[in-house]
Design a protein around this ligand. Structure first.
Ligand code: ATP
Ligand code: MG
Length: 159
């Protein structure tokens, strides 16, 4: 996740953020003086009632960001605050109290995919629902999406 620091602000929103992430960085040591920049300067706010979706390819740092926000792992640098309380500096009982308000729900790919649909059916069901796209275009896009996910996968495979 090597995006430059960027704050996402919903238009016209003035309420104080519930979650504020500022310039958050996590570098993992990878031996021989090298490091993996799993999260590299991420900033955003989440206000009460808002939902933030984080989407990206495998290994781009989504889970690491979740672990940093919930303080399951320490940040290399940067700040995470919840309800105006800076979490990265809390330790012991104070951290445990704040953690009660934060929860991570781990991804379950089998719960996310319909076992009655092939991989191709699932991808095709996202295409053309809101706009009119030619069937041949959908087929091409489906094949290319499956190929980009895995060299050995095919649209006819089951999840
Ligand atoms: N404890 C760790 N030690 C070293 N490297 C790690 C550690 N945890 C994660 N990484 C590396 O950090 C990068 C980001 O990993 P992360 O698990 O956050 O990605 P992700 O976006 O959640 O991927 P996925 O979609 O597959 O769950 C990867 O290169 C991963 O190998
Ligand atoms: Mg993950």
């Amino acid at each position: 996740m090597a995006e430059p620091a960027r704050r996402l602000e919903p238009a016209g929103s003035s309420a104080a953020p519930l979650v504020r992430v500022e310039n958050l960085v996590k570098h993992f040591g990878a031996g021989l003086g090298t490091s993996v920049k799993a999260v590299d300067g991420v900033s955003f706010d989440i206000r009460e009632g808002e939902t933030l979706g984080l989407v990206g390819e495998s290994g781009c740092g989504k889970s690491t960001l979740g672990r940093l926000i919930t303080q399951l792992i320490p940040a290399t640098s940067g700040s995470v605050s919840f309800d105006d309380v800076e979490l990265t500096k809390l330790r012991g009982e104070k951290l445990r109290q704040q953690r009660r308000q934060l929860q991570m729900i781990f991804q379950d790919p089998f719960g996310s995919l319909d076992p009655r649909m092939t991989v191709g059916d699932i991808i095709r069901s996202c295409s053309g629902s809101s706009v009119s796209i030619r069937t041949s275009t959908i087929a091409t896009r489906t094949s290319s999406a499956v190929a980009s996910a895995s060299a050995s996968a095919s649209p006819g495979r089951w999840p």
